[in-house]
Design a protein around this ligand. Sequence first.
Ligand code: HEC
Length: 169
Amino acid sequence: MKTPSQSVRWPHFRRGLMGVALVVLIAGCNQQAAEQATSDEPLPRAVSERQEGFKALGAAFKIINDQLKTDSPDMAAIVPAAAQMNELAGQIPTWFPAGTGPDDGVKTDALATVWSDPEGFSAAQTRLAEATTRLQALATAGDAAGLREHVKMVGASCGGCHDNFRVKQ
Ligand code: HEC
């Protein structure tokens, strides 16, 4: 039940809430503007995030290759690594937003061809994604012999993109 005093106070309370929301909104905008103004590198976070992503891709691939060199590869290690590789391979298209290339003043090993040849880059990404999908299937099936053969194809997919879209190491 509402008391008269509550119904009088409620609009004040609501106005107060709106004020708080407005302050939060303005503070958020200011912070965003400050971040953009103080950063002389456009979108550097996207670059470090993709480099972390590729590092994780390489680390997972190493786990698999190391296991396959042993006489009895540990599928409990290979299965999650293959799943992670497949997941990361699928994310690559989101890792190269406009403004994060070598011509944009960011420090990156990506070549400008990533943005000037989007079809070629997309084909190279698709090739890896198909290879990691098969990798994951072979891992789930516990097929060590099949995996040993298929990792060559996965490695070639990495190299195929690096040859055209990454600074020579
Ligand atoms: C579709 C293209 C493409 C594919 C496929 C690809 N890469 Fe790369 N990779 C790149 C690009 C471009 C860079 C440079 C990123 C940068 O510096 O901004 C890179 C960078 C890297 C790096 C260095 C990350 C760092 O800065 O420390 C590693 C490690 C790497 N890739 C591993 C792999 C492995 C392993 C595979 C295959 C399983 C692979 N990549 C597949 C495009 C690709």
